[in-house]
Design a binder for this molecule. Structure first.
Ligand SMILES: C[S@@+](CC[C@H](N)C(=O)[O-])C[C@H]1O[C@@H](n2cnc3c(N)ncnc32)[C@H](O)[C@@H]1O
Length: 246
């Protein structure tokens, strides 16, 4: 999972004892060598699915980190792409990476909190990868309302979501162990570091998106196959703000 270029155990421990913002500032230079960066297979698959419902004009990558999802936006947006993240360190790495690979639509990097986005209704596509675990279930209504407010009428909010891990499997115990360790850490240490893998569930997400005013569609991502019950291992959620895109 971790490569020799990735963070040491000590660096990870220091990061995990910081706030979310400062923790990512510390991790930023080595973040792309951790399993926390969204894998290229997921990014490619989402880009392919979005191509089928695009093209789009102006895109926003919510919690962009070092810019993994910005490559998806560059593939499907014609006018402008923007990455927003709370960590200045992650944004600095993202900017450096992007300057090394010029081309594509104009790119902007903005420091901001996803719970209080510093934009008007300027986007017709918002994507997000690998960051929903940073929001407690009670924060989802506010988060989705923010995304709704920055979309133009007819705009889409799209993100991948994996099928829940099978109870008793290795993945199940790994996620359960991670979330339990986080709960203990947050009970005894300040500032909190919110990152819970098992809290972001499709049923809750659909309900809260609908409550925020979106209509919701699900697209299977075929590259990840199906489970033995026939359900997709990974889906793309597409939440559409009512109104017609001009
Ligand atoms: C696991 S990383 C994912 C980064 C990138 N999207 C990816 O897939 O590789 C989570 C990112 O969410 C950002 N983040 C966490 N809470 C945030 C918030 N409230 N507002 C904006 N960004 C936030 C962190 O700074 C970090 O860059």
């Amino acid at each position: 999972m971790f490569t020799p270029q990735g963070p040491t155990f000590r660096e990870l421990a220091v990061q995990a004892l910081s706030s979310v913002e400062h923790g990512y500032d510390l991790l930023a230079p080595k973040f792309d060598h951790t399993p926390f960066r969204t894998p290229d297979s997921v990014l490619r698959s989402v880009a392919q699915a979005l191509r089928r419902i695009g093209p789009f004009e102006s895109g926003l990558d919510l919690c962009c980190g070092t810019g993994a999802g910005m490559d998806v936006l560059r593939a499907v947006c014609r006018e402008q792409v923007t990455g927003v993240d709370i960590s200045a360190g992650m944004l600095a790495v993202a900017r450096e990476r992007s300057e090394a690979r010029p081309g594509g639509p104009p790119t902007a990097w903005v420091r901001g909190d996803a719970r209080a986005l510093p934009f008007g209704p300027a986007f017709d596509l918002v994507v997000s990868f690998g960051a929903f675990g940073h929001f407690l279930p009670g924060e989802l209504p506010g988060l989705f309302a923010q995304v709704h407010s920055v979309l133009r009428p007819g705009g889409r909010f799209a993100f991948p979501i994996g099928a829940p891990v099978r109870p008793g499997s290795r993945g199940y115990w790994a996620l359960l162990g991670f979330d339990a360790a986080m709960r203990v850490r947050n009970a005894v240490w300040r500032p909190p570091f919110v990152m819970y893998y098992r809290e972001f569930r499709l049923d809750d997400v659909r309900r809260e998106l609908a409550r925020a005013g979106f209509s919701v569609e699900l697209y299977a991502l075929p590259e990840f196959g199906r489970r033995s019950d026939g359900s997709p291992r990974c889906r793309m959620v597409v939440a559409t703000k009512p109104g017609s895109a001009e």
